[in-house]
Design a protein around this ligand. Sequence first.
Ligand code: NAG
Ligand code: NAG
Ligand code: NAG
Ligand code: NAG
Ligand code: NAG
Length: 387
Amino acid sequence: MRPVLRDKADKGEVEPFISSPRKDWSFRLIKVVIFLIIFTAGVVLGLSASAHFTQYLSHTEVLFPSAPYMPNDDMDFVGIKNYIEPKWLQHNMTDHELFWRASMVPTKTQFPYKRVPRVAFLFLTRGDLPLAPLWERFFHGHKDHFSVYVHSPPDHKLNVSKTSPFYGRQIPSQGVQWGSISLLDAEKRLLANALLDFSNERFILLSESCIPIFNFPTVYQYLTSSKHSFVESFDEHTPRGRGRYRRQMAPQIKLYHWRKGSEWFELNRKLAVNIVADVTYYSIFMKHCKPSCYPDEHFMPTFINMFHGALNSNRTITWVDWSTRGPHPALFGRGDITVNFIQSIRDNGTVCTHNSKPTSVCFLFARKFAPSTLEALLNISSTVLKF
Ligand SMILES: *[C@@H]1O[C@H](CO)[C@@H](O)[C@H](O)[C@H]1NC(C)=O
Ligand SMILES: *[C@@H]1O[C@H](CO)[C@@H](O)[C@H](O)[C@H]1NC(C)=O
Ligand SMILES: *[C@@H]1O[C@H](CO)[C@@H](O)[C@H](O)[C@H]1NC(C)=O
Ligand SMILES: *[C@@H]1O[C@H](CO)[C@@H](O)[C@H](O)[C@H]1NC(C)=O
Ligand SMILES: *[C@@H]1O[C@H](CO)[C@@H](O)[C@H](O)[C@H]1NC(C)=O
């Protein structure tokens, strides 16, 4: 039976399950060759496909990231940190853009972070800050409770050390002419830059000739606890008061609205926002308040009297000596600085009100002090000024 079967197979009859050893070998060889061909083809195809795929991935990873995208900088997120407390003061916004952004007020009154109210010290300078060492002593140790902003002539670079609170605090500035509307522009620019930091609650305007006459904790407590802002605002029936009113300012501004006061203001956040947001009254002043009308002496006193009188103390907290009766107040030099003189500014017997309660503290700052007073002031700062 077996040989027959073999013959049958030799004759080429299909016998699928039994084959000769030789035939078996060649069949296996073919299988190996076919396998190799398929395998090679597979490898080639696979490689080219994966190359395509990588290319494809690099295009689509941005849209459909495989792992969460981690930005290095807060700027890359739509987040709140940089929005509520900008790290850098430099920007390229025009005043128009800046004032718009600065006028934003959250409708939701609870802050989503622990907000420590800050006092913003706005320095409007004509150059350097010769009394900076006194201020540095004043600010020392109170980092989280204040911010500094400096508006100096454009291109002027403040020469301060990297550890100074004035370092890197210059805002984008523009030229200022005394007595013109550009002075009010600079004040608004300082306010607007400071408003971008939502922690700033009080805003005090100062110059390079101003000095603090109380220590920081006293100033901070006095300002942050006050229901009122400190913008001097009075009605003066003289050529230098009502005499500067222009009839063209009506009907929006009437003579009885007109007020005068010191340029050196202290504002709370609400008033600062309203001043930066205003266009109507600013435009009237720009058109009609020209020398001998001075916007810096009338705009804020009048505007606040018209709309926010109840929020104002109507007095200034920056002491100055007008007793010399000239167009400019007295400038104090090295020889003027004595313990008695500084004590008399801190308390000259006058009683003022703070939140409707009497206090002997009427002024927190004083001007005008020449650069030559620095050494003498530093000499008495710890004994008289208490910082
Ligand atoms: C500020 O810079 C941005 C980006 O460089 C530019 O698109 C914009 O026009 C600039 N704005 C002004 C007012 O120069
Ligand atoms: C900057 O201040 C330092 C130290 O007060 C002084 O040595 C230096 O000359 C000043 N530089 C300029 C350019 O005024
Ligand atoms: C300040 O003046 C306004 C009127 O502009 C008045 O309403 C307000 O009561 C005054 N403030 C104080 C503390 O007297
Ligand atoms: C105290 O200072 C105020 C403001 O400068 C001034 O009006 C007042 O006359 C002074 N009082 C005395 C007693 O010197
Ligand atoms: C500093 O104070 C001392 C003693 O109080 C005094 O002798 C010295 O002249 C003062 N220096 C200056 C620059 O005022």
